[in-house]
Design a protein around this ligand. Sequence first.
Ligand SMILES: [Zn+2]
Length: 340
Amino acid sequence: MLGVLSALACARRPSSAAPPAPLVVRDVVSMPAVGADVPAVKPPVPLRDPLAPTSLRATVEALAAPSMEGREPETRGDAQARALIESTMRRAGLTAPTGGFQQPFTFENDDEEEVNTANVVGVLRGADPQRAHEIVVVGAHHDHLGREGRRIFHGANDNASGVSVVLAVAEALARRAVALPRTVAFVTFGAEEEGLHGSAAWVRSPPAELPMAQTMFMLNLDMVGSYASDGCLYALHTFRGTPGRLALDALAPAYPDLRIELGTAGDDSDHVNFCAAGVPTTFFYTPDPRCYHRPCDTAARIEWDHLSRIAHLAYDLVVSVARADDLAAHRAAGCHPRAR
Ligand SMILES: [Zn+2]
């Protein structure tokens, strides 16, 4: 996250003290039954649920570990973080577009130095020949502020949390028995903190198979592990009539444990570049003002149960939008609010 959206405030009703509802495990691949006449080779391995708190926690703790040194672009920690993201995408069975899982780009930093880093992308091809060319992007930035001497800016909420949700949704969707009709591209962007450079590079020059003209919707996750700070999930840029708003209006009743703030604009993260290119967007955001851009933004402060509920909601949102009937018409109408 590039800046604090200080004008935002949930209606500050006390948030429910009840713990999140028990998680429903969706789309778990069923293993073939081993009959008496079939030689048992191996017992079925229980698959972990990618959207479960423990799964998300493993990703956040890995990305926010001291060894990642704050994931500043073109550092060793940046390369390690990208390698971890790529290996998770490979394990999930995502494919790489032209140019590979890592899409290099350069930008000029505040000291006028050229910095080399990359976005990371994995693709799940749509199953419907009529709609597979239409693309839904699920994105989160993976970079953070690096270190100052011995002070490491771990960036657990900002934005290991968002990356953990992108990867979890990718793994869960890859396991669906029935593939989605449209193509979903999972992208983690570099160099967000220094000026949204990764998403700008993507919008300028996306991989050949993922052109902007065919990009129908973008979900951005930036800082989603601190629900309790404001007692709500901001779902920003969900202007009336946009695909994200329509999907969330329908989904919200299934998430009574999440207060979802809809409709407000919110800038300063990667969806802004997609919005400017005319792509309808939704931006999930739970700020932690106390540790924003400070070394105390560590995994110890992340709320795993709420993070998991937000990951489930992100999953449901992507499924809903990727199956929607009238996505091309929404894309033609653009990113911004309209009365309807
Ligand atoms: Zn930030």
